[in-house]
Design a protein around this ligand. Structure first.
Ligand code: UDP
Ligand code: MG
Length: 140
């Protein structure tokens, strides 16, 4: 059975470019309910920890630097089949390959600065939500 929750971050490029409101609109219009939200920033150490699975990839250093370069919006979202449904809403990692109408296609310009994060499994959604939020900060 697939879970009801996923985790997202509106990334520094999207906040910087003024797309925070438009992206939140798309998320809510997509049927997701916000159950936790935070306007915050990642230190390079925290960004490195968050993306630790990509440690060996050639883009890791750049990714950590970029993700700690400015404010982000972290949120926990609720919907049936949340992880898969949200990945569909945001589109492919490379915005040029993302489908028309997806968040990355609309608001991202490069594969690195691609506007938004979405968890890739129920297990990672829970780990990532706990990375940013205490249980008290996640509402039913
Ligand atoms: N990324 C990058 N270059 C690549 C692939 C990924 O800079 O060739 C960055 C991009 O910001 C992406 C993140 O690393 O969102 C995590 O990569 P992943 O493959 O998990 O993509 P996602 O799950 O975000 O679509
Ligand atoms: Mg991923």
């Amino acid at each position: 059975m697939s879970g009801k929750r996923t985790f997202t971050m509106i990334k520094p490029d999207a906040v910087q470019n003024g797309y925070m409101g438009a992206i939140l609109n798309d998320i809510i219009a997509g049927g997701f309910r916000v159950v936790a939200m935070k306007y915050t920033r990642l230190t390079p150490e925290k960004a490195g920890e968050f993306y630790a699975v990509h440690r060996e990839r050639p883009f890791y250093g750049e990714l950590v630097e970029y993700m700690s370069s400015g404010p982000i919006v972290a949120a926990v979202l609720e919907k049936d089949n949340a992880v898969e449904s949200f990945r569909k809403l945001i589109g492919a990692t490379d915005p040029q390959k993302a489908e028309e109408g997806t968040i990355r296609r609309k608001y991202a310009k490069s594969i690195a600065a691609n506007a938004i994060h979405g968890s890739d499994s129920d297990e990672n959604a829970a780990i990532e939500a706990a990375f940013f939020f205490s249980k008290l900060e996640i509402f039913e």
